[in-house]
Structure formats: structure tokens, C-alpha cells
Write a protein that binds this ligand. Structure first.
Ligand SMILES: C=C(O[C@@H]1C=C(C(=O)O)C=C[C@H]1O)C(=O)O
Length: 271
């Protein structure tokens, strides 16, 4: 029987997977985070990316790898509330159906600012702004939408505009950083608690990550073409992620658990 890896359908994890080969022993099943979360609990994937919030809420059944994450310090560029009224006047917001973590993070950030907002889960893009004050997008859709708004390639990564025309872009990871000065962990990799990850699979994942991060130009070119986003922008976007769940990331994850009233188990596979 082959081991099934839950593989996200997003550019943001391409440095981890670009050089990973599917084989008879290791098969991929592709999905967006909300699908992968469910598949992991149900047993239709064995090792998978899982939304950090979903992991924390199901920590009695899941255990993560010690050194894999989708995290960053400051802006992430692809977890964005696109809105047409200022942040403190938001009343009705549409939420992506692909995310478990970001929707919880948005709720936390708005409540922390004393704001009461009505949320509706609805798939779509910027056209939702005709009916809502804001729309939360993540992953490929968010980075494509953001890149599509930019009038030109920014001169420097420090000059990415956060307002284009009538649309404001609030990067949730940046907002988290301003509040906590910590990284934000969007996802970890986990298995079910009674099914330890095979060390050979973890070795392959680590080797593929090392190669991916060492060849970001190749990886970002492939992803830029796939999504129709300028390659320099894609390369900076990928370069900016923290993929190794290091000590500062764990502090960020612990702070997120506290922020949403969940326990932080601090319990990782020794692999
Ligand atoms: C950084 C991102 O993080 C993603 C957001 C997730 C969530 O909100 O549940 C889950 C997995 C991550 O890959 C992104 O989508 O751009």
C-alpha cells in the first residue's frame, strides 16, 4: 500500500514539492487547505499540510512534524482582506471557503480592535465587493488578485502599495506582526497521532525542500507562469516564507493558540 501525502494546490508550498517525485510508495492527493484538513482526520491522506488553527483545534488526534511550516514574519502577501471601506468601518465581510486559519485570524484581529462584523462564507473574488465591504482571500487566488491590482512591478519590496484605486489590501500576517512582533504560522504538517510518519518519507520531504529553496529561481519561474504573475514578484513572495517551524515560529503558534483560546500542546514527532 502506498503512503498518501496531502499536497496543497498553492504556489506558496511549491518550494517544498517542486522536486518531490511521486512513486508507487508515495502518492499525492491535491487539495486546498480545508479539504486537506478533513482528509487528514478522515484518513484519506496520511501526512499532510494542515491549517494551524485546525491542528490546534484537533490536537488530541493529530501530531505535527517538528520542522515544517508555512509561516512568515511580517507581510505574507497572500492572506489578504481586500476592502472598500476603512478597516474600522467594516460591517459585512465575505470569507474564502479554502481556509481554516485565516478566517479565525481575521475574526481575532477585528475583535481585538473592538469591531463587530458579520461574516459569510462565499467562494469568489473581488466581484464580491459589490455585495460586501471586504473579501478575505488566501493562497493562489489572493496573490493573483493582488498582482492583478498592481499598476506596475514595484521598484522595491518595500514599496508594495497597500491601496490600489478604491481597494485597500490588509495583509493579515502584517497586522498580526504589528500586534505581537511574532511570526505567524499558517500551516504545519501532521499525521494522525497513532500513525507515526515514516522516516524515509520525512527524509524525502527535507531533501526536496532543500533543493527547492536552493533553486528558487526555477521554482518561482514555473509558478509565475502557472499563475500569470511577474516572476520577480513570485520569487520574493516565496523567498519570504519560513518553512522550517523554528523557535520564533513556535512562539508565534503558541501566541495564536492563546489568542483563540486553545491549548498549545508543544508536542511534535521526534523524526
Ligand atoms: C500563507 C497561506 O497560508 C495558507 C492558509 C491556510 C489557512 O488559512 O487555513 C492554510 C494553509 C496555508 O498554506 C496562504 O494561503 O497564502
Amino acid at each position: 500500500m502506498s503512503y498518501v501525502l496531502g499536497v496543497p494546490r498553492y504556489a506558496n508550498t511549491s518550494p517544498l514539492y517542486h522536486f518531490l517525485q511521486e512513486s508507487e510508495e508515495l502518492q499525492f492527493r491535491y487539495g486546498v487547505p480545508t479539504e486537506l484538513n478533513q482528509w487528514l482526520l478522515e484518513g484519506s491522506v496520511d501526512l499532510s499540510l494542515v491549517s494551524s488553527y485546525f491542528y490546534l483545534a484537533n490536537a488530541d488526534r493529530l501530531r505535527p512534524l517538528p520542522d515544517f511550516s508555512v509561516a512568515d514574519l511580517g507581510p505574507v502577501y497572500s492572506v489578504n482582506l481586500f476592502h472598500k471601506v476603512p478597516w474600522d468601518r467594516l460591517k459585512r465581510v465575505a470569507l474564502t471557503t479554502e481556509s481554516a486559519t485565516s478566517v479565525r485570524l481575521l475574526r481575532y484581529l477585528l475583535e481585538a480592535d473592538g469591531l463587530r462584523v458579520e461574516y459569510t462564507s462565499e467562494a469568489g473574488g473581488l466581484e464580491l465587493l459589490e455585495r460586501y465591504d471586504g473579501v478575505l482571500l488566501i493562497g493562489d487566488r489572493a496573490i493573483q488578485t493582488y498582482a492583478g491590482l498592481l499598476p506596475a512591478l514595484p521598484e522595491s519590496v518595500h514599496q508594495v502599495p497597500w491601496q490600489v484605486g478604491g481597494v485597500q489590501v490588509t495583509d493579515l500576517s502584517m497586522k498580526w506582526y504589528e500586534r505581537t512582533r511574532l511570526p505567524f504560522v499558517f500551516a504545519v504538517w501532521a499525521t494522525r497521532k497513532d500513525e507515526p510518519p515514516p522516516p524515509a518519507v520525512v527524509r524525502k520531504l527535507r531533501a526536496a525542500r532543500q533543493k527547492g529553496l536552493g533553486n528558487l529561481e526555477t521554482v518561482s519561474l514555473a509558478e509565475a507562469r502557472r499563475l500569470g504573475v511577474p516572476q520577480p514578484l513570485m520569487q520574493h513572495y516565496l523567498w519570504n516564507f519560513r518553512y522550517q517551524l523554528e523557535a520564533p515560529d513556535r512562539l508565534g503558534l503558541q501566541a495564536f493558540a492563546e489568542a483563540v483560546g486553545l491549548a498549545y500542546p508543544d508536542d511534535y514527532w521526534d523524526v
